[in-house]
Design a protein around this ligand. Structure first.
Ligand SMILES: NC(=O)c1ccc[n+]([C@@H]2O[C@H](COP(=O)([O-])OP(=O)(O)OC[C@H]3O[C@@H](n4cnc5c(N)ncnc54)[C@H](OP(=O)(O)O)[C@@H]3O)[C@@H](O)[C@H]2O)c1
Length: 242
């Protein structure tokens, strides 16, 4: 994708990786629209980056996803990049009493929302790029986040199909595959020892400039290239099982 002069919607663009992308895309001379549930967090993003355009919305609701698309098509019909970044991570065990309820929330936000938004936004005449944010855990699951890992495997698989399906429409499909990074994903403090988002973003932009459509970093680069034995070893290392 070209790096400048785009109009971009970044879901979950007010925090963590999304905020890192927002900051860098603004610096590279793009118009950036961000959405999320928390108004206070959207306002904090505007305080940091006054040019950013915000829209409060809860992507777990199909109705709100449709309203978001309608608002964009009426007010920003020249939008050309959709970045499906919003996601949640639930630390859970299948024996938890609320396991299924929390699993459904994860499936809705991490799977239903990006595939629904993709199906809506490809109807925008100007759309040229869809970016899906998956995870290194798409390739090897962490058992502490069993449903999260599976949602990211789903999104990885869907992204491969989407890329092939969108060729005829001339829409480029990019997969951003972060490793663990220091954000509030899953709750404050859980990712404190992970690398900074800024290092990842720097590498993302280098790779985008090289025209790459599968963007990896550190752990995720290893996982994308790994064969069956390497994946088994990684699973054992991460989960303490053979
Ligand atoms: N950090 C990591 O270690 C890591 C590794 C691999 C992949 N990822 C992926 O990177 C993406 C961004 O995560 P992050 O690490 O930057 O965590 P984060 O700071 O918690 O960002 C998640 C964003 O998604 C938004 N969001 C969540 N549920 C939403 C909903 N129902 N409707 C609208 N927005 C919603 C949140 O805003 P509100 O809460 O205000 O709605 C928040 O801005 C996720 O897809 C995550 O799975 C992260």
């Amino acid at each position: 994708m070209k790096i400048s002069n785009n109009k971009i919607l970044i879901t979950g663009g007010a925090t963590g990786i999304g905020l890192g992308l927002t900051e860098r895309f603004i610096k590279e001379n793009n118009t950036v629209i961000i959405c999320g549930r928390r108004d206070s967090v959207l306002k904090e993003a505007v305080a940091k980056f006054p040019s950013v355009i915000t829209k409060q919305c809860d992507l777990s609701s199909a109705k709100e996803r449709e309203e978001l698309y309608k608002w964009i098509s009426e007010n920003h019909s020249d939008l050309n990049v959709l970045i499906n970044n919003a996601g949640i991570q639930q630390w859970s065990s299948i024996t938890d009493s609320d396991f299924f309820q929390r699993a459904k929330e994860e499936i809705t936000i991490n799977i239903e929302a990006p595939i629904h938004l993709a199906s809506l936004f490809i109807n925008l005449k100007s759309l040229s790029t869809i970016v899906n944010v998956t995870s290194g855990l798409s390739f090897v699951p962490l058992t502490k986040v069993p449903v999260y890992s599976a949602t990211k495997s789903f999104l990885h698989s869907f992204t491969l199909s989407l890329r092939a399906l969108m060729k005829s429409k001339n829409i480029e499909v990019i997969e951003l595959i972060p490793p663990a990074l220091n954000t509030d994903l899953g709750g404050k403090g859980l990712h404190d020892s992970a690398p900074a988002v800024s290092d990842f973003i720097e590498s993302v932009f280098e790779q985008l400039k090289q025209g790459k459509t599968t963007i990896t970093f550190g752990f995720s680069e290893g996982m994308v290239k790994a064969g069956p034995e390497d994946l088994q070893k990684a699973f054992a290392r991460m989960n303490g099982a053979g």
